[in-house]
Design a protein around this ligand. Structure first.
Ligand code: BTN
Length: 241
């Protein structure tokens, strides 16, 4: 394992994926100052100029079923939210499935990519981007959710190295807990950090929209949405509109 630091890379997720395919063990970390092709969910771009954010990916080889993989998205979300809290004193909100918000503005996102070998999870790449300094204005215009950064919000300078340490410590804590005790405590923590349960929402999943009230998050990390006709939808991933 180990930490691979790169001043500039296309995408830390892609770099970690290549390392994983060449046999890198669980816990291998890739972190970069800048990404020239940072990737967000649903094929979006994650703007990653030098020095503006923490761009980090972790290689995991968990012994879980493919349908349990959404839990890793929530774990990444919780680790990022807790690291933000530790560094700023501000408790952010987790927005299902992968955003971390402060006052409705996006401060972090994660991209969790699952690789199968047959029916078995061979590895997962869990990447997180945390905005530390404001993005140049020209990059902000096309974003779905207005971004904010830790330094603007907290009004103080934030060390990206300390943020990385805080993130990895929280990540390892939750990952080992899930391995040893299952998903329950992580889900309880995620639910404490989110404001989504009980809300009436519209969620888009690959072009299809679902409307209803969020009743819960399932034990494997799916959003449970009950529509007005009583049908329960179990959503693996998607965009809250
Ligand atoms: C999203 O909110 O759409 C997810 C953003 C994920 C960005 C991170 S930055 C580090 C890692 N490498 C990537 O190319 N993407 C993730």
């Amino acid at each position: 394992c180990g930490v691979h630091y790169l001043p500039s890379v296309g995408s830390t997720n892609l770099e970690a994926m290549q390392l994983a395919f060449s046999g890198a063990p669980e816990g291998t970390v890739v972190v970069a100052d800048e990404q020239t092709g940072g990737r967000g969910r649903q094929g979006r771009i994650w703007h990653s100029p030098a020095g503006c954010g923490l761009y980090v990916s972790v290689v995991l080889r968990p012994d879980i079923a493919p349908n349990e993989a959404p839990i890793i998205t929530l774990l990444t979300n919780v680790a990022a939210a807790e690291a933000v809290h530790e560094m700023t004193g501000i408790l952010p909100v987790c927005k299902w499935p992968n955003d971390v918000l402060i006052d409705g503005c996006k401060v972090a996102g994660n991209l969790t990519e699952i690789f199968l070998s047959g029916d078995v999870v061979s590895h997962i790449i869990s990447g997180a981007g945390i905005n530390v300094r404001p993005l140049p204005k020209r990059l902000v215009a096309d974003l779905r959710t207005a971004p904010c950064s830790l330094e603007e919000t907290a009004g103080k300078s934030i060390s990206r190295v300390e943020l990385l340490q805080a993130y990895l410590v929280r990540y390892e804590y939750w990952y080992l807990l899930v391995k040893e005790q299952g998903f329950a405590l992580l889900l309880t923590r995620w639910k404490e950090l989110t404001d989504v349960v009980g809300k009436e929402l519209t969620v888009e999943v690959r072009g299809e929209t679902f409307q209803g009230t969020v009743t819960d998050v399932s034990t494997d990390g799916m959003l449970l949405l009950q529509s007005s006709d009583g049908v329960e939808h179990r959503l693996f991933s998607g965009d809250i509109l």
